[in-house]
Ligand binder design. Structure first.
Ligand code: MN
Ligand code: MN
Length: 329
């Protein structure tokens, strides 16, 4: 039995310049995830017991869960003093936190991914990524270049899933590891070390409702993967949850492909680069998969704003090869 705190400490100790800061940051993150998980688990019960959104007595419960999760992460992760800024899906602006030498980290997160699924009891999650601010950081507040770094500079990334069990999956660039929460002892226990995506998978995830809104070359690819083949690789099987990190989680285990291309409704794509796509692309690459925006590796894109959107194509290496034979010019 390996607890997540154990695992994180061991990961950090393998770095020559380990200070323990990182361990405390990830420890705080795991704590936020436990708290969010508790609230997600009670969401249905709260409705039954009359914690209605209109109730004044339970003011806290009026908040939508994604706002609540946002507050939890900010509060929990500010405590250590190691965070200089947050960028969150729920915050229009960057949230500045610490401004001394100790505050060396930028934390990006989507507090509740797939939040439209919460009311119908379908898996939701939390996505996070952490950057170290620029080497020459002094006592000043961190600036935009500390925050708008390309994804390959992430020092850690991960996600939590509030599904049939609560899980936390993370990487520090040394493989992808998953932990399952055991509520009876209040610990995340290692469930799988070094997750690797299959080289090829039979599944695809795409919002088929957008079929006529995407470019023709993408429709041709979709037609191809739906056409029966003698080698039985096709037709692919469609699976689509619409909680991005739940779709990624299945992709990691079963392989295949996930696409959210630009379409006529969302010409720049719909998913957010900084706090949704980058952390998941880092995880996926660590597991042996690939993620692109159709032409560029996701992790090499330099964002110019925290809420920037991107098209996304990600999956098993062999599936990505097939896709690219259709979409690259
Ligand atoms: Mn999201
Ligand atoms: Mn969200």
């Amino acid at each position: 039995m390996i607890t997540i705190d154990h695992h994180i400490a061991k990961e950090e100790s393998m770095h020559p310049k380990a200070t323990g800061e990182f361990t405390s940051l990830l420890h705080d993150l795991a704590l936020s995830i436990r708290i969010i998980s508790r609230e997600v688990r009670r969401a249905g019960i709260n409705d039954i017991l009359g914690f209605a959104r209109t109730s004044n007595i339970h003011g806290e419960k009026q908040q939508k869960l994604d706002k609540y999760a946002n507050e939890i992460i900010k509060k929990t992760m500010s405590q250590s003093g190691h965070v200089c800024a947050f960028a969150s899906e729920e915050e229009e602006e960057i949230v500045m936190v610490g401004h001394n030498k100790k505050s060396k980290y930028i934390v990006l997160f989507d507090p509740l991914d797939g939040s439209s699924n919460i009311d119908v009891n379908i898996t939701v999650g939390t996505i996070f990524g952490i950057y170290r601010r620029a080497e020459n950081a002094d006592d000043s507040v961190c600036d935009m270049k500390d925050i708008l770094q390309p994804g390959y500079k992430l020092i850690t990334a991960g996600y939590a899933l509030y599904g049939s069990s609560t899980m936390m999956v993370y990487t520090t660039g040394n493989g992808v590891h998953s932990f399952t929460y055991d509520p009876t002892i209040g610990e995340f226990l290692l469930s799988q070390a070094n997750i690797k995506i299959p080289k090829f998978g039979f599944y695809y995830s795409f919002n088929e409702g957008n079929y006529f809104l995407v470019e023709e070359k993408i429709r041709k690819y979709l037609d191809f993967i739906k056409t029966p083949s003698d080698d039985k690789k096709y037709p692919h099987i469609l699976r689509y949850i619409a909680t991005l990190n739940a779709d990624l989680h299945r992709l990691l285990h079963y392989g295949g492909i996930y696409i959210y291309p630009a379409n006529t409704k969302n010409p720049g794509g719909k998913l957010r680069l900084v706090y949704e796509v980058n952390p998941l692309a880092f995880i996926l690459e660590q597991a042996g998969g690939r993620a692109t925006d159709g032409s560029r590796r996701i992790l090499e894109i330099v964002p110019d704003n925290i809420h920037q959107k991107t098209p996304l194509f990600m999956g098993s290496p062999d599936n990505m090869d097939v896709l690219e034979s259709f979409i690259s010019d």
